[in-house]
Design a protein around this ligand. Structure first.
Ligand SMILES: NC(=O)c1ccc[n+]([C@@H]2O[C@H](COP(=O)([O-])OP(=O)(O)OC[C@H]3O[C@@H](n4cnc5c(N)ncnc54)[C@H](OP(=O)(O)O)[C@@H]3O)[C@@H](O)[C@H]2O)c1
Length: 241
């Protein structure tokens, strides 16, 4: 559908639930994908999950140990990507996780922990990727936040605040880079169909939830040259909820 065969993607948070589907979607459009790993065993499992697509060590997939929240590690990772492929066009960030934290308790430590997990990591990883994007005058940044960013929810104050902060940062980045060939956007899933959510909500109808493939399709589209007109947006993916 879209040609990403000349594009190199840095994909963070690829070892989570939707990571394998997003990775596969990029590879199916021809992209090269580089993945910083905190856990090499998870990386091996991710590579195995490619099965038929990779058919063994795929030169279009580069995995290296690097913590996305560590600026020096990410600078070094970006150098490795540039040495391997000579380019870096897309930063797509799936990093996240859910943590409850009440508003009424004012649990700043919990809020900060989630901010560190969600915002500090994605800001650090993305800014390391920006240097080659700015040098070439082309880039796509796609961050996964949550619809919880749009309205506070009972028991999820830290989660809502961190996701909202990520949107505001992404919008600011979009403003700063909009005349440099770079776009920056967020996608906002509500509930994703995965084993954890099925176990947590056994009475719910999972067919109403967004599938990983539905989310991957929007992420990949925002990563294409054809999406040049979209920047500073946050796209809710509520599926059938
Ligand atoms: N699941 C839902 O219903 C839902 C709803 C709305 C939004 N979202 C958002 O959608 C995104 C993808 O969801 P998912 O279910 O695939 O997430 P997930 O399974 O929880 O995956 C989390 C990913 O984030 C990485 N990560 C977590 N903490 C990190 C940290 N401190 N530093 C670096 N990496 C870290 C994990 O890496 P390791 O493997 O190294 O731990 C893993 O690759 C997330 O941002 C999530 O918040 C999910």
């Amino acid at each position: 559908m879209f040609d990403l065969s000349k594009r190199a993607v840095v994909l963070t948070g690829a070892t989570g639930n939707i990571g394998p589907t997003v990775l596969r979607a990029y590879l199916e459009q021809g992209a090269h994908v580089a993945i910083p790993l905190r856990n090499e065993a998870k990386g091996a499992a991710l590579r195995d999950s490619l099965g038929d697509l990779a058919g063994g060590p795929d030169p279009r997939v580069l995995m290296r140990a690097a913590d996305p929240g560590d600026r020096a590690a990410m600078e070094s990772f970006v150098e490795q990507v540039l040495r391997a492929w000579g380019r870096l066009d897309v930063a797509a960030n799936l990093i996240g996780g859910y943590a409850s934290a009440d508003a009424a308790t004012g649990d700043l430590a919990a809020y900060r922990t989630y901010w560190d997990q969600k915002v500090a990591t994605i800001v650090t990883a993305t800014t390391a990727c920006l240097r080659p994007m700015r040098a070439r005058g082309y880039g796509r940044v796609v961050n996964v936040a949550s619809t919880a960013a749009l309205k506070g929810e009972k028991g999820a104050a830290g989660y809502a605040m961190a996701n909202a902060a990520l949107i505001r940062w992404t919008e600011s980045l979009a403003e700063e880079t909009k005349r440099e060939g770079i776009t920056a956007n967020c996608v906002l899933p509500r509930i994703i169909d995965n084993a954890e959510n099925r176990a947590a909500m056994p009475k719910a109808d999972p067919s109403r939830w967004a599938t990983a493939a539905e989310i991957a399709a929007i992420i990949v589209f925002l990563s294409t040259e054809e999406a040049s007109g979209i920047t500073g947006t946050s796209i809710p993916i509520v599926a059938r909820t």
